[in-house]
Design a protein around this ligand. Sequence first.
Ligand code: MV4
Length: 588
Amino acid sequence: MEKVLVANRGEIAVRVLRACRELGLVAVAVYSDADRDALHVEVADEGWHIGEAAPAKSYLNIDAIVAVAKRARADAVHPGYGFLAENADFAQAVMDAGLRWVGPKPAAIAAMGDKVAARRVAEQAKAPLVPGTVEPLAGPEGAVAFGERHGYPLALKAAFGGGGRGMKVVGSAEEVAAALESAQRESKAAFGRAEIYVERYLDAPRHVEAQILADGRGEVVFLGERDCSLQRRHQKLVEEAPAPGLPEEIRTALGKAACDIARAADYENAGTIEFLYEPRGQKFYFLEMNTRLQVEHPVTELTAGVDLVHAQLRVAAGEGIPAHYDALAARGHAIEARINAEDPGMGFMPAPGPITGWREPSGPGVRVDAGVRAGFTVPQAYDSLLAKLIVWGEDREQARRRMLRALDEFGIEGVPTTIPFHRLAMEDPSFVAGDVSTILVEQRMDLSSLEPQAAAAGEGDRVAKAPPRRLVVELEGKRFDVTLFPQEPVKVPERVRTPRSPKALERARAESGGPGKEIVKTPMQGTIVKVLVAEGDTVKAGQTIVVLEAMKMENHVSAHQAGTVSGLSVSEGQSVPTGATIATIEAM
Ligand code: MV4
């Protein structure tokens, strides 16, 4: 194995490409139209263009990626996470092209992608499962019978779902039929499969997951667990290792269950077994297995003292698991904060756009895995993760204080970020006490002090050095670039500072149209997917005018005052920049 193509983008592509270079492997990046200027292309030895910005045309395009891997004469493919990482067809296509696949065999990916089949594997491995079915439901009767035996609430889950999509919590027998229909419809629409299974619903569990590494010949090692309970709408925000307060005998049992499941799945390479953990009864239950490297793998690397990507590449090259890996014990404590281009003061609304300033924290115990730098424009087409800030401390409290210090040092300008949320989370009394759970962010934390960060732009002058100018030459799809270092710092374009509070924002918006007029503008760049009013319509205050899609999320843009619609200047399917005029609302 000498040359590895990394079929991904952003921070994980940077992470994996760096590991390749460290191992003396030639590191090959692929990129879409939106990533010509991306950091992952810069850190690679070679870059190859694979298509348009839309994921289906580039990072999800199996044929384009395999074709480039062959043309570049790569001999292995690392998928990162997301995109095609858990696509058994992609793994097979890579292997069929005579390349090594840095991951598990397609059969193991497919088995674990079917959550009901995964439960059967866990059952076969004698691992504890949440009480539930190991076959899809034939109809509502099965769920009602289950509810009678095990009680309510129960959870209806999509067999081919994941990440919380298609899950329904059912409180009583009367609700079963409607919830099942809804779950089937959603699952069919999102995943193309309607199979649903049932589990007892656990109230406020912790999410604890086990990192394993398998050589594909029966040797499996447990590298420690992570607590990933701090999440919002199934998006993880903070992860840590080890899981705070986990009794040692539970850790040992959970690690053994994870290894048994990996062996039963004929697993190879790095994988994660997710469990729900109930601290009160000190019980853990198998949930799902993820057949890839995870976003949060660095907290395990810092506490176990390993490099998981090096290990992945070694296992894929047939070198097996390093001998000292079966006697690793966690040292100290690590915490990871996901730094996303989202505004937690606006309901975590994604906010792609140009990064005008970028200054990373450093110093003892601080690691930053970033996918961006100053001058890069965060594309709307992909997820909003900019970087991961990971800290290590001798104990949890040292790590927590170090995280607060590093968050203060992080200077990002041009886009709002989740940094203010993380400051709050690190000082939340439950978090400080290690009393974490999956409902902490949504139901326990007080987020009321988070304000919209519209003012983030405009402060760029202080840190933004001129980004080097690059000339990119593509010759038959292969990239070559020339860098021009400017002599003078480039002046960062001045931006209008937007008022901070939602009230002030509303007033300024209404005022900008003159007396009695409100100009409705796009809050971010995106695509208009629905226009819900017509010229001359009368609207109420708060009524949605258009639906704007940005970073795969739909955002409702509404009128702040009642009135008549005029000057409607957008149409469905249109791409719009931030601050574009949508329509004027004239008060009656
Ligand atoms: C559950 C559960 C409680 N009881 N299953 C959500 C994502 C999907 N992977 C599984 N999920 C859950 N399954 C039973 N039987 C609670 C969740 C859950 C959750 C799990 C892990 C991390 C965050 C979560 C947030 C809400 C709900």
